[in-house]
Design a protein around this ligand. Structure first.
Ligand code: GDG
Length: 503
């Protein structure tokens, strides 16, 4: 049942306004919230979908601070002033976006290299070996320094709170603190943190830990990732850990390490799902893919080896093998946007997906039906919303995933209280969405049986489970995530830290 959500955009804004006082808020991330593209010689603005922008944009709009990010859009250079700043949002500017330029070599070494070929596989149990190149590490350090200089220039000696995003900028907090110990620092790590046994593979793990422990607050999605981080800090660099208070002391300064499970804008997705545009799109999609009268399953993923896409395809094959009566009656639609295409492991994965698809579709297709429809495109939001409404069941089969927003988006969009979620236990979402069908993606037999359960689940049971899952996502929405992080960063720093400049 949809009641009053605890956290709304307005409530978040009121709280931020109260907490921030005279501090300026600086958000730092690799990716920017408003990318300027060049379309036929003219600037067009593109706002990348996803939790980060949804959560942090309203916060910035309220505080009027600065968001510092890499300027990766073709039109970015033409949009900024001499300080590399542009006011956003474009329709009603209320804060500053400051862009950082990187050379192609810097972008390659820091982003594709150390971040995505090193840290990404290190932090995910997907059995892809991390690659650690000394040259990439040097570039990672250089780029973190480039960001630090830009942030410090923006702060210009005034009181500031800097909220850093993700694994691309692990060294930034320490650099900022060394330059100005009064800066309040917080960071959210969007991916898992590995166990000590895995983490110590990284040749420069000590420096990463020390960099991150320049934060007043460090957030992960779930408690296990916090525990892994604290163990690594203790065993690799000898930090003092106080588990009971979630505190790590490095250089006699505390960092609060806490879980903040990220979420989605439940209300916005719930409403969008009921819009006339989505209803029209449903008709178009049903027609284009001949989905009428069929039970539809859905997968939406970035093409990434952590998402368990080949495992999912194999299990769908096994489902049809065990349940031939569903031939022609069940269709699985897989939407998959290609990412990190310049990295070898991603090219290999893409080829593997094609191979698995050929196998399953080849074995089971009939003259007018095929079991899996693959849409390897960056689909517009309206099409994804339509697919979520059409799908009787949605499958998230990650081998490891910090949270996984697709699972929460599916739940938020089902205002009709129907639909079944099949969810991997190796996602952060599985800790909250306990009314999903939780199945190990490596266990093909159980996975195929879960698909059968989803297809045959009676409507009353689907409803009961979906109502409970919707309550969870509605309550713990993206605004709650941002509010808790923000309050803990500001109040935690004020309470626990070295003298902070009084205002
Ligand atoms: C990282 C962590 C954590 C997907 N295909 C298309 C498309 N999407 C959208 C989804 C969703 C987003 O992309 C993917 O979010 P996830 O959470 O599933 O995964 P990551 O990108 O790996 O994100 C993850 C997250 O950070 C937040 O902290 O949950 O664990 O790995 O919103 O709907 N969007 C469009 N076209 C597509 O084809 N427009």
């Amino acid at each position: 049942m949809i009641g009053e959500p605890t956290w709304t955009r307005e409530k978040l804004q009121r709280l931020v306004h109260r907490e921030i006082g005279d501090y300026q808020l600086i958000v730092v991330s690799n990716r920017q919230p408003y990318v300027h593209e060049l379309v036929e010689g003219r600037i067009s603005i593109n706002s990348p979908a996803g939790g980060l922008t949804t959560a942090i944009d309203p916060l910035m709009q309220e505080c009027g601070g600065t968001w510092v990010a890499y300027g990766g859009g073709e039109g970015d250079y033409y949009a900024v002033d001499e300080k590399n700043r542009v006011q956003v949002p474009p329709d009603d500017p209320s804060y500053t976006l400051r862009l950082v330029w990187l050379t192609e070599q810097e972008q390659k070494g820091y982003y594709a290299g150390f971040s995505n070929e090193g840290l990404w596989p290190l932090c995910h149990n997907a059995f892809i070996e991390p690659t650690f190149q000394a040259a990439d590490w040097e570039t990672y350090k250089t780029v973190n320094n480039v960001f630090a200089r830009q942030v410090l220039d923006e702060i210009d000696g005034r009181p500031a709170a800097v909220f850093t995003q993700d694994y691309h900028l692990a060294l930034l907090p320490r650099l900022l603190r060394e330059a100005d110990p009064d800066i309040i620092t917080g960071q959210f790590w969007h991916i898992p943190w590995p166990t000590y046994e895995i983490f110590r593979i990284c040749p420069w793990g000590d420096q990463l830990l020390d960099g991150l422990l320049g934060n007043d607050l460090l957030g992960f999605h779930i408690g296990d990732h916090c525990d892994n981080f604290m163990e690594a800090a203790s065993r690799v660099i000898g930090s003092q850990v106080h588990d009971e208070y979630n505190l790590v002391y490095q250089k006699e300064e505390p960092t609060i390490v806490r879980p903040f499970p990220i979420s989605v804008d439940f209300e916005a997705i719930n409403e969008e799902s009921q819009s006339p545009e989505v209803t029209l799109e449903i008709e178009r999609v049903m027609d284009e893919f001949d989905l009428g009268g069929k039970v539809v399953g859905l997968g939406i993923d970035r093409i990434d080896y952590t998402k368990g896409i080949p495992h999912r395809i194999r299990s769908i094959g096994r489902f049809f093998e065990k349940n031939p009566e569903y031939t022609g009656k069940v269709v699985f639609v897989q939407a998959g946007v290609m990412s990190r295409a310049n990295i070898h492991a991603y090219q290999q994965l893409s080829a593997q997906i094609d191979h698995e698809l050929e196998d399953v579709n080849g074995r089971f297709r009939t003259d007018n039906w095929q079991p899996i429809i693959y849409l390897p495109d960056n689909l517009p939001a309206v099409t994804l919303a339509a697919l979520r409404r059409i799908a009787r069941f949605c499958v998230v089969s990650s081998l490891h995933d910090g949270m996984n927003l697709v699972a929460k988006e599916y739940v938020a969009s089902r205002f009709d209280e129907d639909g079944v979620l099949i969810l991997s236990p190796f996602t952060g979402s599985a800790h909250e969405l306990t009314d999903s069908l939780i199945v190990n993606p490596y266990a093909t037999e159980e996975f195929a049986d879960a698909i059968l359960d989803a297809v045959e689940m009676p409507v009353e049971e689907r409803r009961e489970r979906m109502v409970r899952m919707r309550d969870v996502v509605e309550e713990n929405n993206i605004y709650m995530w941002a509010a808790r992080l923000f309050v803990d960063m500001m109040q935690g720093a004020r309470r626990s830290r070295r003298p902070i400049r009084s205002l």
